[in-house]
Design a protein around this ligand. Structure first.
Ligand code: NAG
Length: 229
């Protein structure tokens, strides 16, 4: 009797075991189905929202997360002085982005020297074999106007009347040292400028140090790059 009951008990036990096995497989299959269903719903809703993107919004400025534009002066920044120490001519060289940063440096160099900047000359031949000058690439009026509180800029070196003759000021040519410090501009270059009324810096790429311990000078370079050009 005892063994029979035990046998029945065993049968019952194995039946329960098998049921649990089947049940757990069913549960696993169900879970997989639910997950795959959820993921398809998610991906379809994503593709739907993609088609909802407004193209105009794509070009909006991204949220800055409390960062402020850094190009406006934050300390006393007087407009360029009435007088001028002379004219600064530069000849940019290299690729277009290199020449663009050279223009930023030329504006800063003119500011440092209290000079009038002559519209920077671009090296048209070296890379793109196209003789578009500054005017062909940038908006000259906008460039001069947007920097009016920073430097005086003229399109070309002026003519002077000397002994009844009209002559162009001849700029004294200098090859600036690479990554020249501010002090080179306030001493050597400024002296030559006062001596000759105009200097011509060529070549002019990487001729002013990138690292300058003066935030206002760095902001001026930003104003040129992001607002004037
Ligand atoms: C430029 O002008 C400022 C302000 O008038 C003056 O402090 C500075 O020494 C001048 N720099 C040169 C190189 O003349």
């Amino acid at each position: 009797m005892r063994s029979r009951a035990g046998h029945r008990h065993q049968l019952k036990k194995s039946g329960v075991k098998a049921m649990f096995g089947r049940l757990s497989i069913a549960v696993i299959v169900l879970v997989i189905c639910v997950i795959s269903l959820l993921s398809t719903i998610k991906s379809t809703s994503r593709s739907f929202s993609q088609s909802e993107i407004k193209v105009d919004n794509l070009w909006n400025t991204a949220s800055s997360g409390e960062w402020r534009p850094s190009s406006a002066p934050r300390t006393a920044w007087p407009p360029p002085s009435k007088g001028t120490n002379g004219y600064l001519r530069v000849r940019c060289n290299g690729g277009l982005n290199q020449q663009r940063s050279a223009i930023c440096n030329a504006v800063l160099a003119a500011r440092i020297m209290n000079a009038t900047l002559v519209l920077p000359e671009l090296d048209a031949n070296s890379f793109w074999h196209d003789d578009s000058g500054f005017r062909g690439i940038y908006d000259v009026e906008h460039f001069i106007k947007s920097l009016r509180y920073d430097v005086k800029i003229v399109e070309r070196i002026p003519e002077i009347r000397k002994n009844g003759k009209i002559k162009k000021i001849k700029a004294f040519q200098i090859r600036p040292p690479r990554d020249a410090p501010i002090s080179w501009y306030t001493t050597f270059a400024s002296e030559k400028m006062k001596e000759h009324s105009a200097i011509y810096l060529t070549p002019f790429s990487h001729r002013l140090a990138e690292e300058i311990d003066n935030p206002e000078y760095q902001r001026l370079r930003c104003r040129v790059n992001y607002h004037a050009l």
